[in-house]
Design a protein around this ligand. Structure first.
Ligand SMILES: Nc1ncnc2c1ncn2[C@@H]1O[C@H](COP(=O)(O)OP(=O)(O)OP(=O)(O)O)[C@@H](O)[C@H]1O
Length: 307
């Protein structure tokens, strides 16, 4: 994949919440690249920092260290107004809960075209764009005059996708886009996303806590644990040969026919004491081409012994 162009570069990213006296490092030195046209997965359990990374990329959360580059230009921290406009248009986000993310009191027409308002388009042009965005996601143009509560969860997620598409983005951050949806319509939304990717050459950052979802749609997957990126590999490679104990724990949690048995299994597989690194700090190692692992010497030896 090295000949492919890098769209996004995240280097040593830090995001800190809280006060100066009581800082909370939600993202700790995370680095990864995303290539044009690929679907890159960020997985990890709730609270691991996935959403925070996505929100730092679209400049909602300020970064406290490191660099984010989009098409080679630094986009975190202070940037020019022109670059800010470019980023705001080219990078769009779709959200987990279409119910919560759509303004209940606004009509679909307003919701879908909200991002266009600064552009001073003629009314007719704006309406045409809304109709096109709705039909691109498989909805009828006349839905524009309805309110979000008139739609099903799947249709509402399509409205959320139309709202992103109307900006004509190159890069979409999809934050758990199907986890709030009924199982029966999840595949439809994933298929729509794949079809749009093919048609428009979109690049996706796909955030999920569920590894079974990302397996089939992501080219590469990064595993986030407590704000750190602990493993990064091509999807197939990660599933065939997960090396970090946390990745193994995540994998052991799918599928989940019996939640209690699975929880016990997870506790057995995952040993949190491996994260007390005081005398043996972890470092990145490339264990196989393209397969990176954050591990200390002790962990590496354990992994080597097992293989
Ligand atoms: N605005 C904020 N202020 C303070 N702490 C925050 C803020 N946003 C997130 N956090 C904290 O940062 C950590 C990472 O949160 P984040 O939402 O990024 O996790 P996540 O992996 O996306 O989880 P989820 O799947 O539940 O959204 C959590 O401990 C969270 O409580």
């Amino acid at each position: 994949m090295s000949e492919r162009k890098k769209l996004l570069e995240v280097n040593n990213l830090e995001v800190t919440f809280g006060s100066r006296r009581h800082p909370f490092r939600a993202v700790k030195g995370v680095s990864f690249d995303i290539f044009e046209g690929e679907t890159f997965g960020l997985v990890g359990e709730s609270g691991s920092g996935k959403t925070t990374i996505g929100r730092a990329i679209i400049r909602i959360h300020p970064t406290s260290g490191g660099e984010i580059r989009y098409r080679g230009q630094k986009i975190n921290g202070r940037i020019s107004a022109a670059l800010d406009r470019t980023v705001t248009r080219q990078i769009q986000m779709i959200f987990q809960d279409p119910m919560a993310s759509l303004n209940e009191r606004a009509k679909v027409d307003y919701i879908v075209s909200e991002g266009l308002y600064g552009r001073h388009l003629k009314e007719e042009e704006r309406r045409e764009k809304v109709a096109k965005a709705l039909s691109d996601v498989g909805l009828l143009p006349e839905f524009a005059s309805r309110f979000p509560h008139e739609f099903s969860g799947g249709q509402r997620q399509r409205i959320g996708i139309a709202r992103a598409l109307i900006m004509d983005p190159d890069f979409i951050i999809a934050d758990e886009p199907i986890s709030a949806l009924d199982v029966s319509i999840r595949a439809q939304v994933l298929n729509l996303m794949s079809q749009l990717q093919k048609e428009r050459g979109l690049t996706y950052l796909f955030i999920a806590h569920d590894l079974s979802v990302v397996r089939f749609i992501c080219d590469r997957i990064a595993v986030i644990h407590k704000g750190e990126l602990v493993e990064l590999a091509e999807s197939e490679q990660l599933f065939a040969n997960p090396l970090h104990p946390y990745t193994q724990a995540l994998l052991s949690a799918i599928p989940m026919p019996d939640p209690i048995a699975e929880k016990q299994k997870k506790l057995l597989v995952y040993d949190p004491s491996m994260h007390h690194y005081e005398n043996d700090p972890p470092a990145w190692v490339e264990v196989e081409p393209g397969h990176f692992l954050l591990a200390n010497q002790e962990e590496l030896e354990k992994i080597r012994d097992k293989r």
